[in-house]
Structure formats: C-alpha cells, structure tokens
Design a protein around this ligand. Structure first.
Ligand code: CO8
Length: 257
C-alpha cells in the first residue's frame, strides 16, 4: 500500500485518509491505493463503517492534471478502467461510508465523495465537476452518480458549466447531507456512522446492496433482489440474535457480535 492513502482503524471505524499535500491530487498511485484501502476495509472484521477524509484543509482537488496532461488517447483507454475502479471499490464497499469534506472536493475528488453513502461538508467547502474547463468530462462516475443524486437538470448545470457550489447550495440540492463548521467535519462524519459499530453487519450490508442494486433496475427486478437478500438473512446469527432478543423482552440493543 502507498503512504498517500492510509486505512486507519479506531473504535470500529476505518478512516481512509488521503494524504498528498497540498491538494490531494489523485494520481495513479493514490488511485491504486484507494482500491487497496477499500478492499482492506471491506475485509477487516474490526471495521464496521468507513470515513473518507482528506485532512483539515482539503478533501481532493481532482485527478492529477499534471500527470494527465501528457497522456494520449491510448494511455487513457488503458488508464480509464482504474479511474472507475477506485470509485467502484468505494461504492461497492459493503459497509456504511461517509465522506468528510473540507476545502475542495472537485472533479475526481467530488466523485470520491459521490461514491460514499453520505457526505458531511465544512461550511466553507466547495464542490464541483470542473472537468469541462479542461476540455474533458467527469470520468470516475461523476456524470452517472451526480445525476442519480441531484437529478439530471442540476447535474447538467454543474457538469456543463464546471462551476463550484458552496456548502449551502450543495446541501440545498442534496449533494451533501450535513454542513458543519470546518473543525467539526471529521467528528461529525464519524458520529454519523458510529451507530453501526457492534450492529447487525450482515443486515446493513444487505440493505445497502438492495438499495444500490435496486436503483439500477426496474421495480420488479429490484423487489426480487430484496426478496433474495431478505431470505438470505435468515441464515445469519444476527437475525437469530435480534429476534431472540425481542422475544425474550431484552433491554437495549440486541447483543450482536
Ligand atoms: N492536479 C494537479 N495539481 C493540482 C491540482 C490537480 N487537480 N489541483 C491543484 N493542484 C496544484 C496546483 O498546481 C498548485 O501546485 P504548485 O504549487 O506546484 O503550483 C497547488 O496544487 C496549489 O494549487 P493552487 O495554487 O491552484 O491553489 P488555489 O488555492 O489558488 O486553487 C483550486 C485551488 C481551486 C483547487 C485550484 O488548484 C484548481 O482549480 N485545481 C484544479 C481543479 C480541477 O480542475 N479538478 C478536476 C481535475 S480533472 C479530474 O478530476 C478528472 C476526473 C476524471 C477521473 C478521476 C480520476 C481521479
């Protein structure tokens, strides 16, 4: 794994820390590192949920433009799969994920945030998909996930113009879920997912899969996905523990492992 992306685990929460000052520009090394960090977070049993954090100053100002500048069409044909791999790895992480956004989340940085389940932004944060100003379009899922999150008209506004939105506008259009003072971003993001530590991990995983996969298909197929995942949970210890706790009139949360 690279030093530019670290998985730091504390109290059941894994923090994927982007660390490439000054702007956390996402070069190929950091993109590979993100895939590896997501895989590790997915596999580790002591990680119940994940916060993606770029530090106090910036989330990520996008793909490394200096690295991309010299790339040819054929270079990008080879490289573009990786661009989508790291956001796919994050979106497919079978645990709750939240982006803690300070400073800028632009281009590929915004796409990293979009691949999380939720986004907490600093009140002075700026988000956007400025790729159009470079003569390209978002390439790590931005045209797809942004439109699904804020609707096609707003997504077209942001992607066609490349303009930055401030935290308040991002909140109003549903691009972020919470806005807090910059110093509280990381703690707020952690607080949002702390409730999943010691919870019914397989049910949460199934719920995430049912919602995310269901959004990609027609209702009938989505209901079938739900039905299969629902039935599958009857094979888990969490299901047995949760229902026994209720039937026994147990106090407080069920003692999931
Ligand atoms: N890539 C490479 N270097 C960058 C990037 C970047 N994306 N962003 C900033 N930097 C560098 C600057 O070149 C500068 O370096 P140096 O000190 O050597 O000159 C340093 O970081 C500080 O930046 P600024 O001096 O520009 O700082 P400002 O505070 O004036 O401005 C901004 C900050 C607004 C963030 C400005 O730097 C900016 O506009 N950056 C580019 C934003 C952008 O266009 N992002 C989209 C990139 S394209 C993209 O993400 C494609 C996505 C498709 C695939 C995704 C793969 C990850």
């Amino acid at each position: 794994m690279t030093d530019l992306v670290r998985l730091e685990v504390e109290g059941g929460i894994g923090t994927i820390r982007l660390d490439r000052p000054p702007m956390n520009a996402l070069n190929a090394e950091i993109q590979h590192g993100l895939v590896a960090a997501c895989r590790e977070a997915a596999e580790r049993r002591d990680v119940a949920a994940v916060v993606v954090y770029g530090g106090e100053k910036v989330f990520a100002a996008g793909a490394d433009i200096k690295e991309m500048e010299t790339m040819s069409y054929t270079d990008m044909v080879d490289h573009s799969a990786l661009l989508q791999d790291f956001t796919k790895a994050l979106a497919g992480l079978p645990k709750p994920t939240v982006a803690a956004v300070t400073g800028y989340a632009l281009g590929g940085g915004c796409e990293v945030a979009l691949a999380c389940d939720w986004r907490v932004a600093a009140d002075d944060a700026k988000l956007g998909q400025p790729e159009i100003t470079l003569g390209i379009i978002p390439g790590a899922g931005g045209t797809q996930r942004l439109a699904r999150l804020v609707g096609p008209a707003k997504a077209k506004d942001l992607v066609f113009s490349g303009r930055f939105v401030d935290a308040q506008e991002a909140l109003a259009i549903g691009l972020v879920d919470r806005v807090v003072p910059a110093a509280e971003v990381y703690a707020t993001a952690r607080g949002l997912v702390e409730r999943y530590v010691g919870g019914p991990a397989y049910a949460v995983r199934a719920a995430k899969e049912a919602i995310d996969r269901g959004l990609e298909v027609d209702l009938e197929t989505g209901l079938e996905i739900e039905r299969t995942l629902f039935a599958g949970l009857f094979a888990t210890r969490d299901r047995a523990t949760g229902m026994r706790h209720f039937v026994d009139k147990g106090k407080g949360p069920a003692p999931f492992e």
